[in-house]
Design a protein around this ligand. Structure first.
Ligand SMILES: Cc1ncc(COP(=O)(O)O)c(C=O)c1O
Length: 408
């Protein structure tokens, strides 16, 4: 993959920030958008905009067709059996909340939900609330010191009380790629469904829900070149059919009288209200863009960047890097001795370098690492090795700056 050629499709990257060429190393928070996506959204509003599923007029039919074509494209992208297994939502957070409320409604006192200590808050708090509502208990697959999951005791952790396993495919802090297929197999032996948080995997590697055999998959479009405000939940038909709706209102009903209502067929049962059609159109364009690159090539590009970054950053004195050896996701969390990550970020920002600092919405994990916060550089299809060199130079400058400050 020629990242330099890919980069030309991203207008935002071609600018200076604080007088320096922008070095955007925060793609795990949100990706930048290629022209093809920006133009698809623009075209939708210029030529197709109308409310969907409601009107018989031509524009409404066009908008409905655009939405349903986007759904079919998403289904093919993750190899779902049918488009009806794709529910459009705002983001991965909403997708997980949908499952936590609708599937979680069947939880009872003493039931167990199995998670991992590396979950993003999006895949932790909804389960804490579901546990609070039902009296269910949260349990955790332990983590090895290198940031991989310790799955040796999985058969003991999945008990007759386990009702669901929910875990991230790729850690947004450590980059760990979890052995999802293996965990799904162990869970299914006990008849337990598995929700996979695909927020950091689907944008970066080939993901095939039938090969993984996961029961739910939550994804945010904005991390995979699509606009903010569109995401999707994949769920197996038999599970989705057995669940009550999450949100209620227009679009999701079959028949309504003043006392009761019956639900529309999948996927509409879970899509109350007017959907983000422009977002779905943008997501479809993003998927076309990624398919043109090839998801295997995207994954390999990031593996090269991760290996390069590990080599470069390990040469910088005082840098501690967290997470396992590659292959791993294109995120590198680190700390620089004697410099708080927030101060580091401020200095880097002056150099036009955007990284993320804090607990990255995974506070229990940051605590397990024994630090108050980390800095995180994250990569995507447009990231160049030179940008990692710029990061290393920026860290050296921050070190000089703070050493100088202390001397004075
Ligand atoms: C692993 C993981 N899960 C879930 C989310 C939540 O994504 P969103 O805020 O788009 O819902 C993120 C976002 O950073 C993430 O990294």
């Amino acid at each position: 993959m020629d990242a330099r050629a890919v980069r030309r499709h991203f207008p935002i990257l071609n600018q200076e920030v604080n007088g320096r060429p922008l070095v955007y190393l925060d793609s795990a928070a949100t990706s930048q958008k290629p022209l093809a996506v920006i133009e698809a959204v623009d075209r939708y509003y210029r030529e197709q905009n109308a409310n969907v599923h409601r009107g018989l007029h031509t524009l409404s039919e066009r908008a409905t067709q655009a939405l349903e074509e986007a759904r079919a494209k998403v289904a093919r992208f993750i190899n779902a059996r049918e488009p009806a297994e794709i529910i459009f939502v705002r983001n991965a957070t909403e997708a997980i909340n949908l499952v936590a409320y609708s599937y979680g409604a069947r939880l009872r006192e003493g039931d167990e939900i199995l998670l991992t200590p590396m979950e993003h808050h999006s895949n932790l708090i909804p389960w804490q609330l579901a546990a609070r509502r039902s009296g269910a208990r949260l349990r955790y697959i332990p983590m090895n010191p290198d940031g991989t999951l310790d799955v040796t005791d999985l058969d003991r952790l999945i008990t007759p009380k386990t009702r669901l396993v929910a875990l991230t495919h790729v850690s947004n802090v450590l980059g760990t790629i979890n052995p999802v297929a293996e965990i799904v197999q162990a869970a299914h032996r006990e008849g337990v469904p598995v929700l996979v948080d695909g927020a950091q995997s689907v944008p970066h590697m080939p993901v095939d829900v039938q090969a993984l055999d996961c029961d739910f998959l939550a994804v945010s479009g904005h991390k995979m070149l699509a606009p903010m405000g569109i995401g999707f939940l994949y769920g197996k038909r038999e599970l989705l059919e057995g669940m009550e709706p999450f949100l209620a209102g227009g679009e999701m009903i079959a028949e309504v009288d003043l006392e009761r209502a019956t639900w529309a067929e999948l996927p509409h049962k879970f899509e109350a209200g007017t959907p983000d059609v422009a977002g779905a159109v943008g997501l479809a364009a993003a998927i076309d863009f990624l398919n043109d690159l090839g998801m295997e090539a995207v994954f390999q590009h990031e593996q090269e960047l991760v290996r390069y970054a590990l080599n470069v950053l390990r040469e910088v004195d005082g840098v501690t890097i967290y997470g396992p050896e590659p292959p791993r996701g294109g995120v590198i969390a680190f700390n620089v001795e004697g410099i708080h990550p927030h101060d580091l970020s401020t200095v880097l920002d002056q150099e036009g370098i955007a990284i993320r600092v804090g607990h990255h919405c995974a506070q229990p994990l940051t605590e397990a690492l024994g630090v108050p916060a980390t800095a995180r550089a994250s990569f995507y299809v447009y990231t160049l090795p030179e940008e990692i060199d710029a990061l290393a130079r920026g860290i050296e400058r921050a070190k000089e700056f703070f050493a100088h400050g202390i001397r004075r």
